[in-house]
Design a binder for this molecule. Structure first.
Ligand SMILES: C[S+](C)CC[C@H](N)C(=O)O
Ligand SMILES: N[C@@H](CCS)C(=O)O
Ligand SMILES: [Zn+2]
Length: 324
């Protein structure tokens, strides 16, 4: 059965909770794909050989999506987190805007064909931070207010705006308040498809740049009816698993009526120089307990981020079935 528009589902089925796939980049890495590249998880797609039917890398990506779907994911993401025009044009042979747009459309078309018409497809857009690896510090240099975020996002955003295979645009892992304010200042002429923002939040409950969730909520409330009607969900992603229930609860407390999404990472720490993860920690709670708390805190989409796998998604899906 073909999916109903996500904006409709959120309103007309208030009990429905969707299950998102896991961290695609790190899961590809687990499966032997080299993503140690300035375009990170987009690396396999930039080589022409990926698009040949016999490509080993292509088979790995297809198998990964199948495993996430078999685990119970009904929302999947394009693997385009670090495929912004700046990173792609600087580091690959794709140099022009038309070639870039064809490249992204090819990834979207490939992903949609794999997931079918009944599941939702998110067009993943990583933050400005992605190309300088400051997702977990929010350090945007001395003048984050002067960065031209629109110029940075526009090529990727426009391509997703115009591609009907995309159900929801995801601005992921946003660590800086200036960047968040820029995104939320854009009207329907700039973001013309449903979208969400996933915040990158520190274990102490502050946005990575030190902004409090209260400040974020005050900003959103202050926008009032001027806010883009396509802004459907706010949430947190790539935050540590063990802190995620408290962080989501805090977000729900300051924005009790806003639909939320949450997809924590494993809790490991990312070393951007080595591009490796370290410091694994034990889970203090099971996914089952965690998912129940997420739902109590207003979560409508739940999944995993970096270093989570189809096994995590299967546990999330089973708990979502039980509690929603
Ligand atoms: C979400 S992080 C693990 C993505 C990779 C990072 N932007 C880097 O380039 O190292
Ligand atoms: N959707 C991206 C998020 C990285 S933080 C991925 O899972 O690879
Ligand atoms: Zn992540």
């Amino acid at each position: 059965m073909k999916r109903i528009p996500i904006e409709k589902l959120l309103i007309e089925h208030p009990q429905k909770v969707l299950v998102l796939d896991g961290g695609q980049g790190t899961e590809l890495e687990n499966r032997g794909i080299n993503i140690n590249s300035p375009v990170w998880s987009a690396a396999p797609f930039v080589s022409d050989s990926f698009w040949e039917k016999s490509s080993r890398e292509r088979k790995v990506v297809e198998e990964m999506y199948r495993d996430f779907m078999n685990a119970g994911a009904n929302v999947l993401m394009t693997i385009t987190y670090q495929a912004n025009f700046k990173s792609i044009s600087k580091n690959t042979t794709i140099k022009t805007l038309p070639a870039y747009r064809r490249f992204l459309d090819q990834i979207v078309c490939f992903s949609r064909r794999l997931i079918g018409e009944e599941r939702y497809l998110i067009g993943s857009i990583g933050p400005w931070a992605a190309h300088v690896s400051s997702e977990y510090t929010g350090n945007y240099g001395p003048h984050p207010e002067d960065i031209d975020y629109y110029e940075f996002f526009r090529p990727q955003l426009d391509t997703f705006n115009e591609n009907e295979d995309i159900d929801l645009i995801g601005f992921e892992t946003i660590p800086n308040f200036h960047e968040l304010k820029a995104i939320l200042s854009w009207g329907e002429d700039i973001i013309s498809r449903p979208f969400y923002v996933g915040l990158s939040v520190h274990d102490n409950g502050l946005l990575r740049d030190g902004t409090t969730l209260e400040e974020i909520s005050a900003h959103i409330k202050g926008l009032g009816s001027k806010i883009n009607k396509n802004f459907l969900l706010l949430g947190v992603n790539c935050i540590s698993f063990n802190q995620s229930t408290l962080i989501l609860k805090a977000l729900h407390e300051v924005l009790p009526d806003f639909p939320l999404l949450v997809y924590p990472n494993s809790g490991e720490i990312y070393d951007p120089k080595e591009k490796t993860w370290y410091h694994p920690t034990d889970k203090l709670d099971s996914w089952d307990v965690t998912v129940r708390k997420f739902i109590d805190s207003g979560a409508r989409i739940i999944g995993g981020c970096c270093r989570t796998s189809p096994k995590d998604i299967a546990e999330i899906a089973a708990s979502v079935d039980t509690y929603s």
